[in-house]
Design a protein around this ligand. Sequence first.
Ligand code: NAP
Length: 276
Amino acid sequence: MDEYGKIDMKQPSRSHQKVIIITGASSGLGRSFAEALDQRLPRNIAFWLIARHEKDLQETAAELNREVRLFPLDLTLPESFDSLDSILKNEQPTVHYLINNAGEGRACFFEEEAIGAHRSLSDLNVRAPLLLTSLALPYMERGSRLLFTASVAAFLPQPGFASYAASKAMILSFGRALAEELRPRGIHVAITCPNPMMTNFFSPEEKDAFQNSFKRISIEDPDVVAKKTLAAVERGKKVIVTGGWGKCIRIVASIVPTSWMTRIVGWLVRHDKRHT
Ligand SMILES: NC(=O)c1ccc[n+]([C@@H]2O[C@H](COP(=O)([O-])OP(=O)(O)OC[C@H]3O[C@@H](n4cnc5c(N)ncnc54)[C@H](OP(=O)(O)O)[C@@H]3O)[C@@H](O)[C@H]2O)c1
């Protein structure tokens, strides 16, 4: 049952417990992060998993070998942050790792979406990571880690995916600057920029269209993205591009003038009838 914004407050409090917070942990890359971190980290660190659908969070939790708390919250709602704020204040955990991963996007022209969709995208992709980072930072210590999921879309403006690409560019820019701000505190900040992954991010029709288009060469596996990302974070990398195709896009976008790139992408999108 979906009861967004409600948390079971009867769970026992654990002062100064080390926790890892992962948003968007009910599926896709977020679930892959949880599973990969479960293999890498000591058992005394608890996982706090956030997403709207509790049943899906339970499925993630069933794969993990440690204490897990589920937070069935809608991160587009302000009251979700009030709940998280009071839990952090009551329990005073040490936030060892925060993964701001939840995100959404639909490949279409800006005018094809209604205002509600724009509100939801900006609330989830932009506002939520800022608010959660702000809430969690007082509980982080030297050696803590902060990871943002951006996208290869962050490297260039994308007609046909304009607001999504811009939201990820914002996260990339924010994460880079924050990394420098937090350097004296010894908190490592990283941003991962995956290629397309065939997760619930895409509808079944979009997945079919993607698999049948030239873009299939860029598809990445979320489990591989999670493992490569976490290994790169451990090596101290700030901007992580896990796929070869993404690395090419990043290089090309840094060489070719942005106005040319935007025109080329716009042309490709208009001429790709199966564009997802
Ligand atoms: N898939 C791709 O091609 C791709 C490529 C590059 C980057 N990314 C980024 O990777 C991240 C993870 O996406 P994914 O591919 O793993 O897609 P996904 O399987 O759809 O996962 C999205 C996660 O976010 C959660 N979520 C969605 N809306 C939410 C809300 N309002 N409040 C709280 N949680 C919410 C979803 O859970 P609930 O539905 O239970 O809330 C789910 O756990 C996103 O930031 C996405 O932008 C994806």
